[in-house]
Design a binder for this molecule. Structure first.
Ligand code: G6P
Length: 613
């Protein structure tokens, strides 16, 4: 977590850094800071608890003419979110300044050693230890700034993306990464460093993704990349695909709303070019190369966290339904620490919007070390997971800025649907006719979502009735179950109302005890498989005076007589339900959160990209 930005070049650094930090705020937003290096030869450091806007206000109209500088937006790991713990941190002698995303795991040992050598610390952070270590090594070994950084990193255990400045060598900017992302922007006579490309795209499209264990040394206008073991590397310059418009709000009040409304388009983008309806084929480059493997595959393991884990659950149903392959869906954080039985016969899929989630990455590394084939379904192009995997499929949803995932989820489910159908075709578990019906169905999804989005005003009115609820229950069966989980997660993430998702039939084994006239229960009650059974569960809730909101199929008048509120969605195949039924639940959470005065794009304590365990 945490976002970092740095600049060296001919422009004024501070505005570039502040703007970049605002774009990275989804990564953490409990405090922020900048360090600027101007001709005075001294650092100007500004730090502030709260959002980047608070930092900006505190800098106000002070003159910041520096052309070199760096900034940080924090998601606290070590030490409370306050001005003192905010980054940048300075070395004891004030010569070096650092910003850091990640965790230095052996910071306590290093700190003890440094205290014995006379170092005094101002903050409770692990980061400050690293900048003191650089000072210590620089002093004792009589080496250059860049060599001191390199030597220090050989002593560090943990994950980091760091940028370091030295006031005595103001034309230098040094960045390094291990386990946390870092992108370098190469402009005309200027360089940028950031956690992702969003702060850079406005200035240049040429970027270098730094690899784990690499250090970028920018001296004036020259870039050198070397490894921590001191081997020089040739930078590989990529051209950015994202554009500025896609990372701005485009007239919506919040990114989340913009991203919900983008779904007809983002789903289309995730299957565009992969489906040829007239020829009845699906082409997925990542899948085709494993044709032989899929023919005899005995199981698939899917790993992910949060919303991506929910998409994984949908994937389980899809792969089992269509491709008839047993699937295990695992929380990446559990999988990596429980000695899983896995070998070269396994096919492991990691699902991750950011491609950077630390637990998902580690789970994948574990699977790779055991010889499994590893595959990524990610949204952020060039992120760590796609770079680690044997193959993968990008979801092409475009940048997702709202912390609560919306369009990334539906794009993940779209990619999983295409994969399941492709593999089914390879294994001969789907008839030609069914395959055709399914591709035709996928092509109807964007229009169906457009229709669901027209219920926005009605859902907004409904939200008024439930804005003061203290608990919510979401129930569904079959493909409706992951939808219920995702609906509950959306609500708790952004409105702070306690919500639980359950398989509808499991209600009898616990949650039913919670039901009274105060308990809103959202049912995924569309006319697909299990409709009658879900209706029985609705009756059980109504018999106990629960308030029922049903997501139902257009034209289902019967359900309207039974429940308190109905949100209609167009009829669809069972397997498309997660793509359509999730939309009204995203809208309901959004409106409830807005009515409660919550910051929907940056909910408290959360971060979009969780790069720590
Ligand atoms: C965080 C985000 C969630 C996201 C999860 C997994 O918790 O707030 O929205 O689902 O991480 O992230 P990933 O990038 O791996 O999909």
């Amino acid at each position: 977590m945490c976002g970092i930005v740095a600049y060296i070049g001919h422009r004024e650094a501070c505005p570039i850094i502040l703007k970049g930090l605002k774009r990275l705020e989804y990564r953490g937003y409990d405090s922020a800071g900048v360090a600027l290096l101007d001709n005075s030869g001294e650092f100007k450091v500004y730090k502030k608890t709260g959002k980047v806007a608070d930092l900006e206000a505190s800098i106000g109209s002070q003159s910041t003419t520096a052309h070199t500088g760096m900034g940080h937006t924090r998601w606290a790991t070590h030490g409370a979110p306050n001005d003192l713990n905010a980054h940048p941190h300075l070395s004891g002698n004030g010569e070096f300044a650092i910003i850091h995303n990640g965790i230095i795991e052996n910071y306590a040992t290093l700190k003890e050693m440094l205290i014995k050598r006379g170092h005094a610390f101002k903050s409770e952070t692990d980061t400050e230890v690293l900048v003191h270590l650089i000072e210590e090594i620089h002093k004792n070994n009589n080496v250059s700034f860049e060599e001191a950084v390199r030597m220090s990193l050989t002593q560090v255990i943990g994950a980091y993306a760091i940028v370091i400045l030295s006031k005595n060598t103001p034309d230098y900017l040094i960045g390094a990464r291990k386990g946390s992302p870092m992108v370098l922007g190469i402009g005309e006579g200027e360089h940028f460093i950031a956690s992702d490309a969003t702060p850079i795209v406005e200035y240049t499209r040429n970027v270098v993704y730094l690899n784990d264990g690499e250090i970028a040394i920018i001296k004036g206008t020259e870039l050198t990349i070397k490894t921590i073991d001191n081997t020089i590397k040739t930078p590989f310059i990529h051209e950015l695909e994202i554009n500025l418009e896609s990372i701005e709000k485009g007239g919506y009040e919040h990114f989340m709303m913009k991203e919900i409304f983008e779904q007809p388009r983002s789903i289309l983008d995730s299957y565009r070019g992969r489906i040829q309806l007239s020829e009845g084929i699906i082409t997925m480059a990542g899948i085709d190369k494993f044709e032989d493997k899929f023919k005899n595959l005995k199981r698939i393991i899917i790993v992910g966290c949060g919303t991506s884990w929910h998409a994984g659950l949908v994937g389980e149903y899809l792969f089992e339904d269509f491709a008839r392959i047993p699937v295990e869906v695992e929380y990446a954080s559990e999988f990596r620490y429980r000695n899983p039985i896995i070998d070269e016969n396994d096919f492991v899929i990691a699902i991750s919007q950011s491609g950077e989630t630390a637990d998902t990455l580690a789970a994948l590394e574990l699977a790779k070390s055991k010889g499994a084939t590893i595959f990524g379904i990610c949204n952020v192009v060039g992120s760590s997971i796609p770079r680690l995997t044997d193959a993968g499929a990008y979801t092409h949803a475009g940048p997702e800025i709202g912390v609560a995932s919306t369009k990334a989820f539906t794009a993940q489910v779209t990619a999983l649907t295409l994969m399941a159908l492709s593999i089914a075709q390879i294994r001969g578990t789907i008839t030609k006719q069914r395959f055709h019906e399914m591709i035709a169905e996928i092509e109807t999804i964007p229009a169906k979502i457009e229709k669901v989005l027209q219920t926005n005003e009605m859902i907004k009115e409904l939200a008024v009735k439930f804005k003061d609820a203290r608990n919510f229950l979401y129930l569904g069966r079959g493909y409706g179950f992951p939808v219920a989980l995702e609906g509950a997660l959306k609500l708790k993430e952004i409105s702070y109302i306690h919500a639980e998702g359950y398989p509808a039939a499991e209600m009898k084994h616990g949650p039913i005890a919670l039901i009274d006239e105060e308990m809103p229960v959202v049912f995924i009650a569309t006319q697909n498989n299990n409709y009658e059974k879900v209706v029985s569960s609705i009756q059980e809730v109504k018999a106990r005076k629960g308030v029922v909101i049903a997501i139902a199929t257009e034209g289902d008048k019967h359900i309207a007589e039974m429940v308190d509120h109905v949100i209609y969605i167009p009829a669809c195949e069972e397997s498309s339900l997660p793509l359509i039924a999730t939309i009204p639940l995203q809208l309901l959470s959004y409106h409830i959160a807005v009515l409660r005065g919550c910051n929907v794009d940056q909910p408290r304590n959360l971060a979009k990209s969780v790069t720590v365990e």
